[in-house]
Design a protein around this ligand. Structure first.
Ligand SMILES: Cc1cc2nc3c(=O)[nH]c(=O)nc-3n(C[C@H](O)[C@H](O)[C@H](O)COP(=O)(O)OP(=O)(O)OC[C@H]3O[C@@H](n4cnc5c(N)ncnc54)[C@H](O)[C@@H]3O)c2cc1C
Length: 375
């Protein structure tokens, strides 16, 4: 088949990858010269630790797919570095202990560690904390360079074309397949179209799919100059336990009741996540803003909170912050779905809304769609 993929983020690219793997040919359209959506603004964390129940197997499968892809495409920068969620109060420790004692703890790769063991795993952690939840299964990729690296690999198949700076403006489904018209008047015919618009839910997405059952979420992020030493694992703070279904339970209920978040963290619905980039700088975030219209400028208070927390955990002064940015992802409203997938016209599939786990799940979502469509 010839498949037209619209959207150059991780979802579009993962779908293109899977279609090429299965012997099809692909034209991929991205409205910007290079992807500029959520994918290039994220941490690049392949975050297994927050998943439980029906989410865990897909998260683990996706991690495996990232690891396998790294053998063919080392440029994605995959590292099986794991993570440590650092616990600074007894209530946070109790949530981690509960998670580490659940039947799926081994599958999730959890071990509860004391401060000395945490430092043995990650010697840069010289600050104050009571313990850590080590997740051996968490991993990272380099979001800003991964997509071009994957595309280069796809080009080598001879069955792949990427068109940057080509916004899809119309999709027409007919008896012979689908036709897409781009902003330059170019026409792209195929047997199927897979439209992964990310958080661009207006325009063509609304025209072909109406109001999708998705909400948009805006996050603030930052990056530092090189740390000058290795941060061997990703790190998270205790606030992160509040955001992932994988930590829900009596201990989390108690944490919420007994330990309100700091006013800045509560106002901006924050957690701390941090991963070291290959160039040595730290990517640190994040906040969550749900009410639109979103602020167009970044707010300073969350940055000060994140920098202060990082310095307490590392026990040292952070290198200068060199970049700040915001990103928006779309999130499925149905908590039981990993992503929204619908066939809005014959041969026209819209796939969007993996929320804050789209980088983690991208490869498995591409695989699931290919199975569903019998590619
Ligand atoms: C700050 C931040 C941090 C995050 N951290 C993580 C993380 O560490 N781990 C994790 O698993 N997930 C993370 N996420 C979530 C993850 O980044 C997203 O779920 C994922 O990137 C979504 O991918 P996507 O391809 O659907 O969307 P996007 O990456 O937004 O890509 C959509 C693309 O479609 C293009 N497009 C839209 N309409 C058209 C059109 N008509 N024609 C042509 N092109 C079009 C857009 O220009 C865009 O490039 C984070 C998200 C943010 C914002």
């Amino acid at each position: 088949m010839h498949i037209v993929v619209i959207g150059g983020g991780v979802l579009g690219t993962a779908h293109a990858l899977e279609a090429i793997r299965r012997g099809h040919s692909v034209t991929q359209l991205e409205r910007e010269p290079e992807s500029r959506g959520a994918t290039v603004r994220n941490f690049g964390l392949v975050w297994v630790s927050g998943s439980t129940g029906g989410e865990l197997a897909p998260a683990l499968r996706s991690r495996q797919l990232w690891a396998d892809l790294a053998k063919d495409v080392p440029g994605i920068g995959f590292r099986a570095a794991g993570s440590i969620t650092l616990l600074r109060t007894e209530a946070e420790l109790a949530v981690a202990r509960e998670a580490a004692q659940r039947p799926d703890a081994a599958e999730r790769g959890f071990t509860l560690v004391d401060p000395e063991q945490a430092r043995a795993l990650n010697p840069a952690l010289r600050g104050e904390f009571l313990g850590g939840l080590h997740c051996a299964n968490d991993a990272a990729v380099e979001s800003r360079i991964a997509l071009p690296a994957i595309r280069k690999h796809l080009h080598a198949s001879g069955r792949y074309t990427f068109l940057g700076g080509a916004e899809a403006r119309a999709i027409h489904s007919h008896s012979g397949g689908v036709s897409i018209r781009d902003e330059h008047g170019g026409r792209h015919d195929g047997d199927l179209v897979i439209f992964c618009p990310g958080a661009a839910l207006g325009g063509l997405a609304r025209e072909v799919a109406g109001d999708l059952p998705l909400r948009r979420v805006r996050l603030q992020m930052m990056q530092t100059a090189p740390l000058g030493e290795q941060l061997t694992t990703a790190i998270a703070d205790g606030d992160s336990l509040r955001y992932y279904p994988g930590f829900a339970g009596p201990a989390l209920d108690e944490l919420r009741a007994a330990q309100p978040q700091s006013p800045v963290a509560a106002e901006h619905k924050m957690q701390l996540l941090c991963v070291q980039r290959l160039h040595g700088g730290l990517t640190i975030g994040d906040t969550h803003e749900y009410d639109e219209p979103f602020n167009f400028d970044v707010d300073e208070a969350p940055y000060q909170h994140l920098a202060g927390t990082m310095e307490e955990l590392l026990g040292r002064v952070l290198p200068p912050i060199t970049r700040r940015w915001a990103g928006v992802y779309s999130q499925c409203l149905d908590p039981d779905e990993l992503v929204h997938r619908s066939e809005v016209a014959p041969g026209v599939w819209v796939i969007a809304g993996p929320g804050g786990r789209g980088m983690t799940l991208g490869p498995v979502l591409g695989e699931q769609t290919a199975d569903l469509l019998g590619l």
